[in-house]
Ligand binder design. Structure first.
Ligand SMILES: [Ca+2]
Ligand SMILES: [Ca+2]
Length: 361
């Protein structure tokens, strides 16, 4: 009963938010429409909680322990991909040595951080009525975006057909108020906003990767290929990353074994010993997002533009996300392909979004 009530108010909240704004798919090119799932739509179809940032827990910087990290020897590489307008031009970049987490940060790791600091993620914080004029305060319930398969085939133009604002959804309750992470300690933590990821990184004495570091690490020394694992979708007829098979978003055939996130390190690592750089969950990077950055990027250790701009949602502050997720396939959300860029509004999370950390040497 309680959950049902929460659900109803969430739907109401979502509908109210959508009604008050222009369609989140307006003005996009055909390429953009099929390029992302939640990322293009999140700030208009889902609550953006800029005000919740003010309620952040102060997290002290911790001491680095490189256990569980891989030392990536720096070097030069060709960054970008010709296939995507915002990943052009391909350009030479040099990065210094750095350490990178072998796998996405897990629920168990995030739980340790929360236990030590009392940190509350953005999805768990109350929504500020000032951000939602016209929506009664009692309808403003914390929550996050959860993917729900549709019953039948639908047009791929409206992500809100499969994304639901789920009241009570957070890293501890991935599918909403009645769910838990029990038995999923080794799964990547999800429903993580940029701030939640950055706070963890700080506590661990680490930081979020720059976009250049992330791509250099993902290439694993192999250079530019179609996918980070190589040029073949299914090398040796095997799925080597947790992505999406079947018809999106109604029928996931789970040929790779997983409809949602898989435990970290389920699929083979790359040549650097890094897991799930392709797929499983999207990963936050530190860089602000701008589609034109690659034409201006410095060559040495680029750290991204000084502010963000996404022509699809000009008012939203966005940072880069990389690697795609269990919802990506060549049919939809093709941005798990090598060199492509994702982007996300900084206060928003979803059940296919997590992160991993790096540290300078
Ligand atoms: Ca899968
Ligand atoms: Ca990943």
């Amino acid at each position: 009963m309680f959950i049902q009530k929460m659900k109803n108010s969430g739907v109401w909240l979502l509908a109210g938010i959508i009604a008050g704004m222009s369609g989140c798919q307006s003005g996009q090119t055909a390429e953009q429409k099929t390029a992302d799932s939640l990322a293009l739509c999140v700030s208009q179809g889902m609550p953006s909680r800029a005000a919740a940032i003010a309620g952040a827990t102060k997290v002290e910087a911790g001491k680095l322990d490189t256990a569980g990290m891989v030392l990536i020897k720096g070097g030069g590489f060709l960054m970008g991909a010709d296939e995507f307008p915002d990943s052009r031009p391909m350009h030479q970049v040099v990065v210094s040595d750095f350490y990178m987490d072998r796998h996405e940060v897990t629920n168990a790791q995030y739980a340790e951080f929360v236990k030590a600091t009392g940190y509350k993620t953005v999805a768990e914080r109350p929504l500020n009525p000032a951000d939602y004029p016209g929506v009664p305060a009692d309808k403003l319930v914390p929550g996050s975006a959860v993917f729900t398969p549709t019953a039948t085939k639908v047009s791929l133009q409206n992500p809100l057909a499969w994304w639901t604002y789920e009241p009570g959804a957070s890293w501890q309750h991935p599918e909403g108020a009645g769910s838990s992470i029990k038995g999923r300690e080794n799964h990547p933590v999800i429903h993580i906003s940029y701030e939640d990821a950055a706070a963890y990184a700080r506590w661990a004495g680490k930081r979020l990767p720059t976009e250049a570091e992330w791509e250099f690490a993902a290439q694993g020394g192999k250079g530019n290929q179609t996918y980070y694992w190589g040029n073949e979708l299914k090398p040796g007829n095997k799925w080597v990353a947790n992505i999406y098979q079947g018809s999106f978003p109604d029928n996931n055939t789970k040929e790779d074994g997983y409809a949602a996130a898989a435990p970290v390190m389920t699929f083979p690592p790359n040549a650097y010993g890094l897991y799930d750089m392709d797929g499983n969950v999207w990963e936050w990077c530190e860089d602000f997002y701008r589609p034109d950055y690659y034409s201006k990027s410095p060559k040495e250790n680029p750290t991204g533009p000084s502010d963000s701009y996404d022509p699809d949602e000009p008012g939203a502050v966005k940072r880069v996300q990389r690697g795609g997720s269990f919802l990506c396939s060549d049919q939809y959300c093709i941005r798990y392909k090598a060199g492509s860029r994702g982007k996300g509004e900084v206060t928003s999370g979803s059940n296919n979004l997590g992160f991993r950390c790096v540290a300078s040497r």
